[in-house]
Design a protein around this ligand. Structure first.
Ligand code: NI
Length: 175
């Protein structure tokens, strides 16, 4: 297993649309293990392959308190989403330090393959439903800040670009 580098907004690669996983083979199993390790290390509740610059339809999620209930969704599709919506404060490992309100369906039904390549159907509500919608957006090249106003999004872009430049400069000095 290995930690993977998480892309940071506004990296244009985050807007890539992922392609279906063709076969759940050794390569995909390694990818799943790496994504779980990367998500847990970063204290995230979800990670999409897009965020580590792999553009295939694969996400890992764990919304449990104990961090011991990993959920792997391969080629996930939302087959039903409730009309009822809820506004929730969201964050994202690719948008560090930024949290803002996004409206999502309160419940969803998802079909996907599991880590063994077997079909699974999931009914989710609450935080899990929100997390699934957030991660599946990543596979479509969509980051949650795109739900915010242009003004807010531009402020976030400026702030993150400045932070990324500062990190690069620090690196340059110590090298
Ligand atoms: Ni995210």
């Amino acid at each position: 297993m290995a930690l993977r580098t998480i892309l940071s907004y506004p990296d244009p690669r985050l807007h890539t649309v992922a392609k279906p996983v063709q076969a759940v083979d050794a390569r995909i199993r390694t990818l799943i293990a790496d994504m779980l390790e990367t998500m847990y290390e970063a204290s995230g509740i979800g990670l999409a392959a897009t965020q580590i610059d792999v553009h295939e339809r694969l996400v890992v999620i764990d919304v449990s308190e104990e961090r011991n209930e990993p959920l792997v969704l391969i080629n996930p599709e939302i087959v039903w989403a409730s009309d009822e919506k809820v506004m929730n404060e969201e964050g994202c490992l690719s948008v560090p330090g930024i949290y803002d309100g996004v409206e999502r369906s309160t419940a969803v039904r998802v079909q996907a393959l599991d880590a063994d390549g077997n079909p699974q159907a999931i009914e989710a509500e609450g935080l899990l439903a929100i997390c699934i919608q957030h991660e599946l957006d990543h596979l479509l090249g969509k980051v949650f800040v795109e739900y915010l106003s242009t003004l807010k999004r531009n402020r976030i872009k400026t702030k993150l670009l400045k932070a990324q430049r500062d990190v690069q400069r620090e690196g340059g000095r110590s090298a």
